[in-house]
Design a protein around this ligand. Sequence first.
Ligand code: FAD
Length: 450
Amino acid sequence: MKRPTGTGRTLERGAPGFDDAVLGTSFNARDPGHRPRVLVQANTAADVVAAVNRARRDNLTISICSGGHSWAQNHLRDGNLLLDLSRLNAIEVDTDNHVARVGPGCWSVDLDTRLRRHGLFFPVAHAPDVGLGGFLLQGGFGWNSRQVGLGCENVVGLDLVLADGSQVHASEQENADLYWAARGAGPGFFAVVVRYHLKLHARPRFCGMLAQVFAMQHLEDVFAWADAVGAQVSRNVEFQLLLTPSAMGIFKPGIEVLAPVMADTWREARAAVAFVKHNPLRRKASFTTPLLPASTALLSWAASFTHFPARMHWCADNIWTNAPIADLLPGIRAVADTLPPAPSHALWLNWYPPARRDDMAFSLEGNRYFAVYGEWKHARDDARYANWATEQMTRMSAHGLGSQLADENLGRRPAHFMAPANLQRLDSIRAARDPDRRFCSWMGRPDLLQ
Ligand SMILES: Cc1cc2nc3c(=O)[nH]c(=O)nc-3n(C[C@H](O)[C@H](O)[C@H](O)COP(=O)(O)OP(=O)(O)OC[C@H]3O[C@@H](n4cnc5c(N)ncnc54)[C@H](O)[C@@H]3O)c2cc1C
């Protein structure tokens, strides 16, 4: 993504530069053909209030973008008011109280870099330019989240602009309904977040990664092993398997077994990832790296360069699953056999959530997460690849529990993404707080499944 430049403006449809400004809000370079009636690039919370009031006056619905990383381009709708919050990106760090106040347009890597100076930590996203705006609303599966919790569990307050144009603070004590909803509603949230208040952690002294690479012919063995050891993996290791048409170091289809780890000492980190180094399949591996120290920022930029380059066209989809590995392997093999060209990839994340979470809208997860990311360069290939992710996850959905909002594809494949009781409660809060449905919501809902 490009960083926003200059002072934000209001652009009416048809104005010079309108299309570029609208499409420039999206990490996904696909043009879905939808255009708002007006684009408001907010510079302040007061601009947001003015935009909401204009939408009420002109009877327009509102869609919102902060970092623009919705794979599904949830903010690109027809004939509405699009609110671009990328300029609301200020960061204030209160080192005494371990709290940060952050604008929704703030990039993940910017908060991470700022906190590093103070020996502090927040579980930001794994790609540098993901905006905290959308990341924290959908859950927020950040660095070390298995240890310190989801991003949204570390939100202690939000400054909001509501559908009637009023400004409120939401926390456990104030406007608790909005606080409950903001932690998990994702693109279905019905207010504008203009500032987050975040709880910070002490930064672990060691961060690094160990990798092991296998040719694709070993897929079934590698997944069976990963599945067998998954439940025992230490919570400070983000154990994952990445299927790619051009694996690191071997430049052919393969599986990257990755073990990023954060710990207080190198020795502790080494012990936590030893299960990869000494795994029974290691002789089949093309190579295993040592545990290499690397900052979260460096790992994020490396992931961005290798797997999430800019100006690409994307389709993504996912499932949470607790199904037996034997039931999943045919689907995983089909994904491997049909991956669009590199850097398209699929991710198997060993998640195993904690036994209890806060009471909040976020309420659906499983022990393992499987997501597919198809990417291609040219619009001429849109028709060829656009449905690939949907087809793969439709095939595997019978073995899934539902979908994660981070990589949602609800417009093409409606799926469950929240416990039914939580969805019902969220709907009733929306009815009270946004009775005219001023704010756009998810592009598809589980109700559409019936
Ligand atoms: C390359 C890449 C890497 C990613 N890595 C991770 C990861 O490591 N972990 C993870 O959990 N997710 C990850 N994601 C998913 C990402 O967190 C979600 O797509 C998230 O919604 C992006 O936030 P954003 O502000 O950048 O996106 P946007 O597209 O700007 O926002 C997505 C939606 O959130 C809502 N929204 C955004 N800002 C506001 C606001 N201020 N007020 C109210 N509603 C708002 C809107 O409905 C909007 O359509 C990644 C996505 C990409 C493309």
